[in-house]
Design a protein around this ligand. Structure first.
Ligand code: C2E
Ligand code: MG
Ligand code: MG
Length: 756
């Protein structure tokens, strides 16, 4: 609570003590006046005045607005009593009138008595002051008119000042307002009632000097009317003021409401603007999100996630545009390079996928370095990439780019400290071949790429029509191949293998043939690679194995002379990766009843060496069956000597390419000599392939090569022909028994071509 608030409370607390003092002083004054009342002078007129005062004052009073006080019209009668009967009588009447009037405006006794006390004191003061200035108040008859007017005014002023002063003190205390301001605000206006009352009293008093007091009773209604009119006037003024006040309040209220509504509207509008801004901002950000994710999805749909390069879809789009442009612009040309990383699988398998990913990313970067901004470099997946060289001048430009790429890929790749090497086989297709669809261009580039791979990898090939023809025929071949097994179109031919030292028949190599109804015998060179690629080789190889084992078993059973013969069967890389390859071989042996020692499985050197660790495991398993193992085409697959001795292999077959060129230069002879020495040191036999001349035979014999096969002795023979050979051999053996110390005679037997 503030100091001011405390002060206000103190003033208000003084209100009641003040009223009590006023009542007490009023009572004392009244008592004094009653004591000194000139009873002798009081007549019926006095009683009548008192009665009228009480009755009229109950009806005629002027309440002071907003304050619990009123100025009664009975003042006139009090003034009149003062003039006619003296101060004491006036005080007595004031006491009665004060109580009557007080009870009209207050219900509390203190309030009523206080009202009476104030009037008593004021009347007493007025009477006392007037008599001290003008002499006995009842002696007014002696005053000159001007003195009488002054006297009357004095009475009015004194009564007005004192009475309103007492009232103002009370209101000031109660409202804690300054006294003068309170008086001026609430009582200034009421002076008129006192002056009018005093004047009227003066006039009546004067009249009583010439006419009887009682005759004056009759004008009372006039007085009443005047008062009522005056009161009405006051009420009107008050109601007008109240109305004005009300109107002002209403106007202020309306103004306040309007301002409030305006404020609310402004706030709402502000909120709406804020919300709108918020929504606009949200909308803008949503749009940019939306467009970001759209862009993201668009990018993801058209790009390779690993390298960030365009994918096949985007590449095809660009290629389509390029094809369309060739139709409009005859001078425009493009090239598509289809690229496949060589040996990628090796790196991926040996170092792991994260290194594989790194390698692909680095390849992608190098490819971009080799091309221009307007070219498209795409990754199709795995280790396949495609390049669209847009607007090339001449075909050589494409070849130059392919060459540049190959040079670029020669630089070793640093994969987290691991040095890796790769190369690429690239197929090139040039525009101008009346291409209609991107797929056609890609197909041709792909074909050329396979040609490059077949040609020994790390090279590029330009697509030509012949390739397309070949590709188409390959497709046809694949379909035919699938049906050939069901239609039993495959045959096994047997090529004799001889012991070079004695010329004796050691056994046969089973070589598959495809007897196509429309084309006759087809060489395995034409369909084995495709059968490998398609996986067809697995059932085909198994069929050959069973057929060959069956055949040898049959020959062995047919003649004791055939019992020592062996059968060599080629096993493809695909077959070797079959988890149950050993079981399959075992099953065949069981089914055919062939002794495992008479079966030799040939595996091409490159197949063994490409996956040496795994091959060693499989070979060991096969070896444990008791079958013999030979490494075929030895010398072409870059054998690792460190691996070679770990393979449970019995024989090395020297590739035909070395044998055929043995006589043309020292180098090849030396290679064969080395292979023979190596095999000997490793405890293996050596078989020479493709012996076509007596000279070759002589050289191989000189090198002490163990076995040999070749057209010089016999071409691969069908089963009946091989049977004939066996019969002839048995016949010759029975006619010319060969002493073991005469090896040359045996050589004579097979010294010249048997079957061409
Ligand atoms: P290969 O296993 O090295 O078989 C030797 C190839 O050399 C055979 O060719 C044979 O006819 C040929 N040849 C033998 N002596 C001479 C000669 O003096 N001069 C010439 N020019 N060639 C000679 P072929 O029968 O055409 O077989 C080619 C290759 O096909 C085989 O090479 C072998 O790798 C594969 N092959 C044949 N049959 C099968 C089979 O049943 N399974 C598997 N996986 N591959 C087979
Ligand atoms: Mg072979
Ligand atoms: Mg071979």
């Amino acid at each position: 609570m503030s100091a001011d608030a405390v002060t206000l409370t103190i003033w208000q607390r003084l209100t009641d003590p003040y009223r009590k003092i006023l009542v007490a002083v009023g009572a004392a004054v009244l008592l004094l006046c009653v004591y000194e009342l000139p009873v002798a002078r009081l007549d019926l007129g006095f009683l009548l005045l008192g009665l009228i005062t009480v009755v009229v004052s109950a009806r005629v009073f002027v309440p002071i607005p907003r304050v619990n006080a009123a100025v009664t019209v009975s003042d006139t009668f009090i003034f009149l009593t003062l003039l006619l009967y003296g101060t004491e009588a006036a005080v007595a009447l004031a006491a009665v009138e004060g109580i009557c009037a007080g009870s009209r405006v207050s219900k509390r006794p203190l309030g009523i008595l206080c009202n009476a006390g104030a009037l008593v004191c004021a009347t007493f003061l007025t009477g006392t002051l007037a008599s001290s200035v003008f002499g006995q108040v009842t002696d007014f008859a002696h005053h000159q008119t001007s003195t009488f007017v002054s006297f009357i005014c004095f009475l009015a002023l004194a009564q007005y000042a004192s009475h309103t002063f007492f009232g103002a003190i009370y209101v000031a205390l109660k409202s804690s307002q300054p006294l003068f301001r309170t008086w001026a605000k609430h009582y200034l206006w009421s002076s008129i009632t006192y002056f009018v009352g005093a004047l009227l009293a003066g006039v009546i008093a004067k009249l009583t000097q010439s006419i009887s007091f009682y005759s004056l009773i009759f004008p009372l209604p006039v007085i009443a009317i005047v008062y009522l009119s005056y009161r009405k006037y006051l009420e009107d003024v008050r109601s007008t003021a109240a109305k004005a006040e009300q109107a002002e309040r209403e106007r202020a209220e309306a103004e306040r409401e309007r301002a409030e509504a305006e404020h609310v509207r402004a706030e709402q509008a502000e909120r709406h603007v804020e919300e709108l801004n918020h929504y606009i901002a949200k909308l803008e950000s949503a749009q940019s999100e939306l467009s970001e994710s759209k862009e993201h999805f668009r990018h993801a749909a058209y790009h390779d996630a690993l390298t960030g390069l365009p994918n096949r879809l985007l590449f095809t789009d660009h290629l389509r545009l390029a094809i369309e442009r060739t139709r409009r612009d005859p001078n425009y040309a493009f090239a598509v390079l289809f690229l496949d990383a060589d040996r990628f699988k090796n790196i991926n398998d040996s170092l792991g996928h994260s290194y594989g990913d790194q390698l692909l990313t680095e390849i992608a970067r190098r490819l971009q370095d080799c091309t221009r901004q307007l070219d498209t470099v795409a990754r199709f997946g795995g280790d396949e990439f495609a390049l669209l060289l847009d607007g090339i001048g001449e075909p050589e430009d494409a070849v130059r780019v392919a060459h540049k790429i190959q040079q670029e890929l020669l630089v070793p790749f640093d994969l987290n400290g691991h040095e890796a090497f790769t190369s690429a086989s690239i197929g090139i297709a040039l525009s101008g071949a009346d291409y209609q669809h991107p797929e056609d261009v890609l197909r041709d580039a792909d074909t050329a790429m396979y040609r490059a791979k077949d040609g020994g990898k790390a090279r590029h090939e330009l697509f030509d029509r012949a390739m397309h023809t070949r590709a188409v025929s390959m497709l046809r071949l694949e379909n035919d191949l699938r049906r050939a097994l069901e239609r039993e179109e495959f045959r096994v031919h047997y090529q004799p293998i001889l012991m070079l030292k004695t010329g004796e028949l050691a056994g046969f190599e089973a070589l598959v043939r495809w007897e196509r109804p429309d084309r006759g015998l087809v060489s395995p060179a034409e369909f084995i690679p495709l059968a490998e690629e398609t996986g067809m080789i697995v059932p085909l190889g198994l069929w050959v194995l069973e057929e060959a084992c069956n055949q040898l078993r049959a020959w062995q059973l047919a003649s004791p002379a055939n019992r020592a013969l062996t059968m060599s069967v080629n096993l493809s890389g695909k077959q070797l990766t079959q988890a149950d390859v050993a079981e399959q071989v075992q099953d065949v042996l069981s089914r055919t009843g062939l002794d495992p020692r008479h079966l030799k499985l040939e595996i091409t050197e490159s197949v063994v060496m490409e996956n040496a660790e795994a091959a060693a495991v499989v070979l060991a398993r096969l070896r444990s069956l008791g079958v013999g193992l030979s490494i075929d085409d030895f010398g072409t697959g870059y054998s690792s000597l460190s691996y070679l001795h770990r393979f449970p292999v019995n024989a090395l077959k020297v590739d035909r390419s070395f044998v055929s060129r043995m006589t043309s230069g020292d180098e090849n002879l030396e290679i064969v000599r080395t292979i023979v020495t190596l095999a000997r040191n490793l405890g293996m036999d050596v078989v020479a392939e493709g012996i076509e001349t007596g000279e070759q035979l002589a050289q191989l014999k000189a090198l002490k090569c163990d076995y040999g096969q070749g057209y010089f002795f016999a071409k691969p023979l069908d089963a009946p022909a091989a049977e004939d050979l066996l019969l002839t051999r048995a016949l010759e053996a029975s006619q010319h028994p060969t002493p073991s110390d005469q090896p040359d005679s045996a050589v004579t037997t097979f010294g010249s071509p048997l079957v061409m």
